[in-house]
Write a protein that binds this ligand. Structure first.
Ligand code: URA
Length: 213
């Protein structure tokens, strides 16, 4: 698939696009939004882990011995940007049960839209791990840059960023600061509004996921 920009992979699989459209629809209920997020998170995890190295391992099927591929002991760390990131994280864990989990609490200061960190808990062996940061919305990019800066500071082996919807502004901000970070998104939307919301977007992902306002 042709990509809009180096460093950004937009997953244009029909299942992902269909589910995202249902999530965007304002009449979609909280329960349905959650279910769709679960399904789409698994599909995004599939894309984000596409380059995991495999190694041939000898096993015995019921019929004969042979060498077959297994993931080559790759150590992962899934990092959720609280709170909406947990909506993706919870389901990615299903697919990657051995991954370590980190949480970074960041809120957007409503006037300046700057990222403010209020919580941090990460595994201490990050230099041996490939980090996948998850947050449904890549809007201004300020939270993403704050989270990624922490992981760079703590020497994560590599860093990917997985989101549902990205704004061009957020993608530029992240890739200008961290050209080596790979972003995986279900969509690249048009722009941000004056409050830093993505247009057309899907609204406030945390509120829609948790049924708050
Ligand atoms: N955060 C959200 O939840 N939605 C947006 O559109 C932007 C940031």
């Amino acid at each position: 698939m042709e990509q809009p920009r180096a460093g950004l992979t937009v997953v244009d699989h029909p299942l992902v696009q269909h589910k995202l459209t249902l999530m965007r629809d304002r009449s979609t209920s909280t329960a349905e939004f959650r279910r769709l997020l679960r399904e789409i998170s698994l599909l995004l995890a599939y894309e984000a882990t596409r380059d995991l190295p495999l190694e041939a391992t000898e096993i015995e099927t019921p019929l004969e011995r042979g060498r077959f591929p297994l993931i080559a002991g790759k150590k992962l760390c899934l990092v959720s940007i609280l709170r909406a990131g947990n909506g993706i994280l919870d389901w990615m864990i299903d697919l990657l049960p051995s991954a370590r989990i980190g949480h970074i609490g960041i809120y957007r200061e409503p006037r300046t839209l700057q990222a403010v960190e209020y919580y941090l808990k990460l595994p201490d062996d990050l230099p041996e791990r490939d980090a996948i940061v998850v947050d449904p919305m890549l809007a201004t990019g300020n939270s993403a840059v704050a989270a990624i800066s922490r992981l760079v500071e703590l020497k994560a082996r590599s860093i990917k960023f997985v989101c549902l919807v990205a704004a061009p502004e957020g993608v530029e901000t992240v890739l200008r600061a961290f050209p080596d970070v790979a972003i995986v998104a279900a969509a690249l939307d048009r722009c941000l509004d004056a409050h830093g919301y993505i247009l057309p977007g899907l609204g406030d992902a945390g509120d829609r996921l948790f049924g708050t306002r």
